[in-house]
Design a protein. Structure first.
Length: 179
């Protein structure tokens, strides 16, 4: 029987103290997600809070990042409007990656077999040239291979090999490397 009253944060490290967490939430909600915040300022804010962000990265408005200090973004990567990087654990986006509108990358989960519903988190890696399409979801522990595509509305819960398309119906097909 599940006993949620016994849930604790045991084994989970947020990576920064409460003051930095609170400051990030204030900045994220008041400035970072706003439509009027220039993309260059978003990159600067992420870097100021400990993210590793490459050159010529485009981050659109309404993007949410739980913990910037657990985020690495490669050169020439785009993150679309409303994307949510729920990174309780590290999220690594390679070079020339596209994370489209309202995509969710979620490194957090729970052990449904444990009565205390303890965390069962794992990092996410999206390799160079991959595309996470609109409203796609990538779950904890998954690696999206080089030039792979997680199709619109698809849910990915395991590794996706390079040059593979994963569709919303769970089908997988080869894709050609971009020319």
């Amino acid at each position: 029987m599940r006993d949620l009253s016994s849930f604790t944060l045991a084994g989970y490290d947020k990576g920064r103290g409460k003051l930095v967490q609170a400051l990030w939430f204030a900045v994220m909600n008041l400035v970072f997600t706003a439509w009027w915040c220039p993309p260059r300022l978003r990159v600067a804010l992420l870097r100021a809070f400990g993210a590793t962000v490459g050159e010529r990265v485009l981050i659109r408005h309404r993007v949410r990042v739980l913990w910037p200090w657990k985020l690495t973004v490669g050169d020439h990567t785009w993150i679309g409007e409303g994307a949510w990087l729920l990174n309780l654990e590290p999220v690594t986006l390679g070079r020339h990656v596209c994370v489209s509108q309202e995509a969710l990358l979620c490194t957090g989960s729970h052990d449904h077999r444990a009565a205390d519903f303890r965390y069962r988190n794992a990092p996410i890696t999206v390799e160079d040239g991959a595309w996470i399409a609109a409203r796609a979801t990538v779950l904890a522990g998954a690696t999206v291979g080089r030039h792979a595509v997680v199709g619109a509305g698809a849910v990915l819960h395991q590794d996706l090999p390079e040059l593979t398309l994963h569709t919303a119906d769970g089908a997988r097909r080869p894709v050609k490397e971009p020319s």
